[in-house]
Design a protein around this ligand. Sequence first.
Ligand code: F6R
Ligand code: MG
Ligand code: MG
Length: 366
Amino acid sequence: MEVTLSIIKADVGGFVGHSDVHPELRKCCVTHLDQAKKEGLIIDYAQGEVGDDIALIMTHTKGIENEEIHKFAWNTFTAMTEVARQYGQYGAGQDLLVDAFSGNLKGMGPGFAEMTIVERPSEPIIIFLADKTEPGAWNMPLYKMFADPFNTIGLVIDPSMHEGFRYEVLDLIGERQVIFETPEEIYDMLVLIGSPSRYVIKHIFRKGDNDEPVAVTSTQRLFLMAGRYVGKDDPVMAVRCQSGLPAVGEVLEPFAFPHAVAGWMRGSHHGPLMPVGIEDDTPTRFDGPPRVVALGFQLKDGMLIGPRDMFSDKSYDNARQQALDAADYLRRHGPFEPHRLPLEEMEYTTMPAVMKKLKDRFKAAD
Ligand code: F6R
Ligand code: MG
Ligand code: MG
């Protein structure tokens, strides 16, 4: 059976500040999703969230970037924004950058990751949702899952994985994309994806296969759309697992290292990406540290059987402790790099104003 998985997310108001989602917004979201299922627009749904972001996780048969599905998501976020206003939630409607929906959600603010797949007899999928970071945060984990044998032993010992995978990498600034074959081209690819603020992995495919993705991420960068600081993009991704793909444990393994990502306070700091269970998905200290939840599903005839809260497991306790220690270490740098992002990354915040003010005071150096 061919089925499309659409994960569409937005921050339409935080409770309190940018830390969580108010239960009334959640209720409004589920009411809309339930209605869409009853009307047959979608096959099934799950409501996901992390920090101040809500994700509509939906299955349907309409394909990716479908107008009806995107319009439904837009209307749902608009309705939630009304509730957010009613309850005085912080930054109500913050990710809805335009006044009205037209065509699909590209350039409108909400992030989305979608893939159409032929459902296998058993289809385990992990959906990752992150808050207080940006799409490039997935680069290192995706590299490890599908290209690093120190993470994924299946690349070495499963004959069906031994040939490697194909990565599609997007240049967010140049608005172009390039395909890399791994393992042959990993060094070339790492030159780019090692700069996650610009180059992000959009899709991963099986090698020599059709265009059916095995992993997909959301890649919008709000500031590029809005031309000013409007928060980080709090990305999502979906990864298929098992039977010739990385096992569930290999897909989760990269997050045992809480790697440094850009985001955190005012979207302007590096901090550890802390894997958490859904009970702990509420960035608090210095509006962070950035965090990621993992929702596990078995897909069956398009039904989302789940979620299982994958990072609530004890085996991620050490990663959390490491993340907290790294947070302490980085915080002590205050406004200094490398805690604060480099100057080029501050172009959409205070930098231009400060440079304008200082313009006439710069003199030629001796
Ligand atoms: C980061 C984030 C927060 C805000 C910060 C200031 O993505 O959302 O850290 O940037 O709380 O928010 P404002 O400018 O709305 O007061
Ligand atoms: Mg917010
Ligand atoms: Mg957020």
